[in-house]
Design a protein around this ligand. Structure first.
Ligand code: PA5
Length: 429
């Protein structure tokens, strides 16, 4: 389902694309499926992908989502990093306008500590609806550890707001997604009687989009989580039968890294892929930036950034390659109109806008790789939940393979822990 193409000058790849040897990546993929990799105790996400189905869990998530939909105009999702990026990516990418319109509006909060956004949000929620009635608000709080300051403090502020504005119902309007066994959020949820879902112990945050962490908010937003899971599982089966695309992605990235291309610029010509880029950026950045190694995952949005960062990409130092995330079928279409006013674009009248966009993409790829900037294209067929699920599965496996190729522990994040420790020392002495 997910396809990978590499555009690179032969001076970088060697005689031809086959010069990037897939044998080692094939071994790393085998190691991943055999759980013979560093951090193998964190491969719960792979077990879920290899299951035939998780119907019962999906059904209980769907029941809770339906209940939240029936009592809410807004659902505030509090979480940071892996505790929100997958759900946010799916909502940005999915084109189910009708389903999304019928569902409550899902807002992601708690990703920074500046006060202005929360103040504006509370003011907005306090204003009555068009019919004069009160806005109905619920909260999904997501923290595996339960100790993340950004999430905890935001939850404290919004919990107090909820108690004030939905006094008697506050408890029934809060769902906590956290560890099954430890952490202060688990204790608080039990004491307060909130409904809870579990982040499995063997699934790290950035690999948790296909657990309740991603699935509950996605279902609340009216999207089809069964289709998402089916797409993900189908992708894994495809990889088991023919792994060439996942191996090409991992091997080529490793090859570029070893050749000194240390920046990977993740980009797209489809705005709806912006959340997927954020998700990949976190997945790869937090998994691979270890032991003084790792590609720096930058991001750019085209055409916008061709008129700013494009200059650096084209003429800057040769330490960057691009990974363009593309949709094979355009997400929407507009025909460029004819007009009796001359504006220099008469020749484009009646052409589809997607054709102009595709031409911009092809032109950019050619200009970049002919000038020594390698480009990898990762293609999703479309933006259905099945394709988005396939994309998540594909990238989680590709990241596991890359981790093994690099000889690192891809599933921990000691660097993130370092900042948390220093912040807590300042806060608490
Ligand atoms: O990938 C990860 O593990 C991190 O990005 C976490 O998801 C993030 O730090 C949030 O952690 P928690 O869910 O414990 O609040």
């Amino acid at each position: 389902m997910i396809k990978v193409d590499v555009h690179a000058p032969s001076s970088i790849l060697g005689m031809d694309k086959q010069h990037v040897d897939l044998t080692q990546a094939q071994q790393s993929l085998q190691n991943l499926f055999d759980k013979n990799v560093q951090g193998s105790e964190w491969l719960g996400w792979l077990d879920t992908l290899l299951l035939e189905s998780n119907k019962e869990e999906l059904a209980s998530i769907q029941r809770k989502a339906a209940q939240l939909q029936s009592i809410s105009d807004f659902v505030l999702c509090i979480g940071i990093g892996g505790s929100y990026l997958g759900a946010a990516a799916t909502m940005t990418a999915s084109l189910r306008y009708e389903a999304k319109q019928l569902a409550p509006e899902v807002r992601f909060v708690g990703t920074h500590l500046g006060a202005s956004e929360l103040k504006d949000l509370m003011t907005e929620l306090e204003a009555p609806k068009h019919d004069g009635t009160k806005k109905r608000v619920s909260i999904i709080v997501i923290s595996k550890s339960g100790s993340t300051v950004e999430t905890g403090v935001t939850f404290r502020i919004l919990r107090a707001w909820l108690k004030k504005h939905h006094a008697d119902e506050a408890k029934d309007r809060i769902v906590a997604i956290t560890s099954s066994s430890s952490g202060s959020l688990r204790t608080l949820a039990l004491e307060a009687g909130y409904d809870t879902f579990v982040v499995p112990d063997d699934v790290g945050g950035r690999f948790s989009v296909l657990s309740p962490v991603g699935l509950l908010p996605i279902a609340v937003a009216g999207l089809d989580i069964e289709e998402l899971m089916e797409g993900a599982r189908k992708q894994v089966k495809e990889i088991q039968q023919d792994p060439v695309d996942v191996l090409t992605l991992a091997s080529t990235r490793k090859w570029f890294m070893d050749k000194g291309y240390t920046i990977e610029c993740l980009s797209s010509f489809d705005q709806i892929c912006s959340g997927l880029i954020d998700w990949v950026q976190q997945l790869q950045g937090e998994s691979e930036g270890k032991d003084s190694m790792g590609l720096f995952p930058a991001s750019a949005f085209y055409s916008r950034d061709l008129h700013s960062l494009g200059q650096w990409v084209q003429d800057g130092p040769r330490i960057l390659f691009e990974t363009i995330i593309s949709l094979e079928n355009p997400s929407a279409e507009i025909e460029i109109p004819s007009d009796d006013q001359k504006d220099g674009f008469e020749d484009l009248a009646h052409k589809p806008l997607s054709w102009v966009n595709e031409s911009a993409k092809k032109g950019t790829i050619k200009a970049h790789y002919e000038d020594g900037i390698p480009v990898i294209e990762v293609k999703l067929p479309d933006a259905t939940e099945a394709s988005i699920g396939a994309f998540f599965a594909f990238y989680m496996i590709a990241t596991g393979v890359m981790g093994d190729l690099m000889g690192i522990h891809a599933y921990n994040q000691p660097g993130v822990e370092a900042y948390k420790k220093e912040m807590l020392t300042i806060l608490r002495g």
